[in-house]
Design a protein. Structure first.
Length: 359
């Protein structure tokens, strides 16, 4: 399938001059694939915009300005893109030409709204690190070896399980249908994790395709959040509350039915997610006390309850995926090969914790 003219690139920047030399070197390896490039700079004062105007080489590049605000700047730039697919090229992160070709070919062949892949993770000083992300669970649970589009209810089940995470992972490892982001812009005024919130709110509304290969990099960095963002994070609704509201909206939009929710045992899934989130929130408050939490018996009880909730939620997820697969097989038997086969989910090993000792 011809990909010419399908790719647009958004480059959001703010005081990024020190990171640009390495970034631009990686960008030049594949930028000729793009039909258009939009740079949105948020009032940089360190020469970022001047350096980009000197070094960024592309026949169709626009330089725009927008007040500071990460996701508001993303939305502003996306509105100016005219191509079918959009890549958000954040300055800390890179992708290979092979990777961009893979994402674009997959998006076009599968008619995806979002193609998700896992990046190689690095610390700020360049050391590789392994951290389990939701996309790892998707790939392992479904045994994905080649690009695989998720059934809508599979996406819902993974969103239930990863309500405090994000199916998108790093947006710099993904490709988005531009019209999808224009229709469903990233939430603003909600803090620093709006991309994760976006994936929860629209899990049932967009077509997700997962790719198992890694061909991008992501640098684990402090959040690019203002003081206002951090304050909003503190005032955000809990993940289980956001998930519950999203489910109601999917029902109102006829994206999922009551029968679908019963098949997934959604009430049980929400209950387990609420149990997990509540214990985790209380445990985090204990950890912030001056008194060491590891000497607090109540904190250990909370941690055990949180782990128990997570284990039961994992079992719920596997039942839900099995139910979706069984239903697809029944539909396929009735309607023939028009229904894509959904393989039975594989048993999944316990998810690894973030490096750093006791979690």
């Amino acid at each position: 399938m011809n990909a010419t003219g399908s790719l647009g690139v958004l480059i959001p920047t703010r005081n990024s001059a020190a990171l640009l030399p390495r970034y631009l070197e990686a960008l030049e390896a594949w930028l000729d694939m793009a039909k258009e490039v939009i740079v949105v700079d948020s009032f940089s004062t360190d020469g970022t915009l001047e350096l980009l105007k000197t070094r960024l080489r592309h026949p169709r590049v626009q330089f725009l300005s927008h007040p500071p605000g990460l996701y508001a700047s993303w939305n502003f730039g996306i509105q100016h893109l005219e191509t079918k697919y959009a890549y958000i090229a954040t300055v800390c992160d890179t992708i290979t030409r092979e990777g961009m070709e893979r994402l674009l070919a997959t998006a076009l062949s599968h008619q995806s709204d979002v193609v998700v892949s896992k990046p190689n993770l690095f610390t700020l000083d360049g050391r590789p690190v392994e951290i389990e992300w939701p996309i790892d669970d998707v790939i392992q649970s479904l045994g994905i070896r080649s690009p695989r589009t998720l059934h809508r209810l599979e996406a819902v089940a993974f969103t239930f399980f990863h309500a405090i995470g994000a199916l998108t992972g790093s947006c710099a490892s993904d490709l988005f249908r531009t019209s999808c982001l224009k229709r469903y812009p990233f939430p603003t005024g909600v803090g620093a994790g709006a991309d994760g919130l976006w994936s929860t709110l629209h899990a049932a509304e967009v077509t997700w395709t997962a790719v198992s290969e890694k061909f991008s990099t992501f640098t684990i960095h402090p959040p690019f959040a203002t003081a206002e963002d951090r304050l909003r994070d503190q005032n955000m609704k809990r993940a289980d509350q956001i998930l519950g509201e999203a489910v109601k909206e999917w029902q109102r939009s006829n994206l999922v039915t009551e029968v679908d929710l019963e098949r997934l045992e959604s009430k049980e899934g929400l209950r387990l997610q609420r149990w997990y989130v509540e214990n985790g929130a209380t445990l985090n408050r204990c950890r912030k006390n001056k008194f060491p939490w590891i000497l607090n018996p109540h904190a250990w009880l909370l941690r055990a309850q949180r782990q128990r909730a997570r284990a039961r939620l994992r079992l719920w997820k596997m039942r839900a995926l099995g139910a979706v697969g069984a239903q697809c097989e029944r539909d396929r038997a009735r309607e023939g090969d028009r229904i894509p086969r959904v393989p039975d989910p594989r048993p999944i090993a316990p998810m690894a914790s973030t490096p750093g000792g006791i979690d």
